[in-house]
Design a protein around this ligand. Sequence first.
Ligand code: ZN
Length: 80
Amino acid sequence: MTRRIFRFVDYRVDPDPLAALVMQAKCISGDEADCGEKSPEFSEDQQQDMTRWIAKHRAEKGHGRFEETYRRIVVATAKL
Ligand SMILES: [Zn+2]
């Protein structure tokens, strides 16, 4: 039997400065099932474009509930 020793190292986790935040909206309106329509993916500086997509979907379909998802890359670095 092999004995494995795990030595705990402290890490810090920071956003990757080279990777942009990605946002997306999804319509979760609906009676029995969610509509599920998704916006394109937007970058951090396109918040207004995502708001515009939501407003357009609201106007066209009458749906008013949305789920916003934010995704970012992070980097873990061992603390010395
Ligand atoms: Zn919808």
